[in-house]
Write a protein that binds this ligand. Structure first.
Ligand SMILES: NC(=O)C1=CN([C@@H]2O[C@H](COP(=O)(O)OP(=O)(O)OC[C@H]3O[C@@H](n4cnc5c(N)ncnc54)[C@H](OP(=O)(O)O)[C@@H]3O)[C@@H](O)[C@H]2O)C=CC1
Ligand SMILES: CC(=O)N[C@@H](CCC(=O)OP(=O)(O)O)C(=O)O
Length: 344
């Protein structure tokens, strides 16, 4: 059985990664490819690595071009997805890589995105407890942001087991510039980036802060508090998130933490708790849908320290999106998804 799939935003980083994964997927047929200003060009001009699609014409992003497919991936700038999704019928599975439908709280949306809230769709992180069944019955899925994926999975077993209560969570996460998309911006120029690392969105202003808090609350944290600082670093892909939080019981040992993580994730294909003493590196997950984790206790301050590595474009966006598509289409969740990175 083959499902027809359209990709809106095919010339961007997220859309390109969706297509890279779909080209290796055994149960899909790639249909319309759409974008914005580059409509009318050939995909090979924008995504030379996707050789089987090089001659495909990039179409304008219109309902007519997207309708008639079983699945539509939206990999468009924030605010663009809502009007398109509203026009697509309930018989179409729509998977939005953007943020439009991630947040439940309309006020938080307006505070961080500055526009009117479009609504809330089922959140595309299958590993959340008791979450898969809902995704498998959904025709609308909001793929998480790349930082929230890494932070949520880095802290989930600690929250669900009451080892931390979700207050005073501090996250410092380094990301490569592909997380910012491929539109030209001065701070993303090679001369600005290479040989340099810089903080941005400091002081609680990054829009992933409310998404991380929402996820911690979903896991059972009461009124979570999160200080999140993203760092731009000179590697094209990858996120390394370092998350710390006060232990509910300061006498908790690293062994207890590791046991909770090992049990929580023992049946998760894409989540790997590394052997004790080994710390995640972005190169080990590059191009894969896997997340590597390590957790320990910092006894001097009674805090948990969890480190996660993901590829922002794979598990952090497109891989997570394809994983959700598989669930919603009744396929094996892992179909077509690479588990092994490309290090070094
Ligand atoms: N990059 C990442 O790591 C992640 C991205 N995301 C989300 O995925 C979405 C896409 O991001 P990303 O691929 O990085 O961004 P890019 O800037 O790389 O790509 C944007 C895509 O959207 C198209 N586009 C822009 N404006 C319009 C418009 N008005 N109408 C139709 N198409 C338009 C562009 O086409 P054209 O070339 O013609 O301009 C391009 O194909 C965003 O919502 C982003 O937040 C989510 C998680 C991680
Ligand atoms: C390095 C970099 O700029 N990263 C992006 C993260 C983008 C992302 O995860 O996607 P959403 O925009 O869909 O939430 C940022 O901080 O804005």
């Amino acid at each position: 059985m083959s499902f027809t799939v359209a990709v809106a935003g095919c010339t961007g980083y997220a859309g390109g990664e969706v297509l890279r994964l779909l080209l290796e997927h055994p149960a899909v047929e790639i249909g319309a490819l759409t974008a914005g200003s580059s409509a009318g060009s050939r995909l090979g001009e924008h995504q030379p690595h996707l050789t089987p699609l090089a001659d495909r014409e990039v179409l304008p992003t219109t309902i007519d071009n997207l309708a008639g497919h079983d699945v539509v991936f939206l990999a468009l700038p924030h605010g663009t997805s809502g009007p398109i999704a509203a026009e697509l019928g309930d018989d179409v599975l729509v998977i939005d890589c953007g943020a439009d439908f991630r947040l439940e709280d309309a006020d938080e949306w307006t505070t961080f995105y500055g526009t009117e809230h479009a609504g809330t769709w089922p959140y595309g992180l299958p590993e959340l407890p008791d979450h898969r069944h809902g995704l498998s019955r959904s025709n609308r899925i909001a793929v998480p942001g790349c930082y929230p994926t890494s932070v949520t999975l880095a802290l989930m077993p600690a929250v669900t087991n009451g080892l931390i209560d979700g207050h005073d969570v501090v996250v410092v996460a380094a990301s490569g510039p592909s997380g910012a998309g491929r539109a030209l911006k001065t701070h993303l120029l090679g001369a600005e980036l290479m040989g340099s690392a810089s903080a941005y969105g400091v002081g609680g202003s990054h829009r992933h802060t409310p998404e991380i808090k929402q996820n911690l609350a979903r896991l059972g944290a009461t009124d979570p508090s999160v200080s999140f600082t993203p760092i731009l670093v000179p590697m094209s892909r990858g996120i390394l998130a370092t998350c710390t939080a006060p232990l509910a019981d300061p006498s908790t040992t690293t062994e207890q933490l590791r046991r909770a993580y090992a049990e929580a994730y023992e049946n998760e294909t894409f989540i790997h708790l590394l052997p004790e003493g080994q710390w995640p590196q972005t190169q080990h997950v590059q191009g894969s849908n896997s997340i590597h984790l390590q957790v320990t206790v910092d006894p001097a301050v009674g805090r948990l320290v969890a480190v996660a590595a993901v590829d922002n474009l794979t598990k952090g966006t497109a891989g997570g999106a394809v994983q959700c598509m598989n669930l919603a289409l009744g396929l094996d969740e892992t179909t077509g998804l690479p588990r092994i990175g490309v290090a070094p």
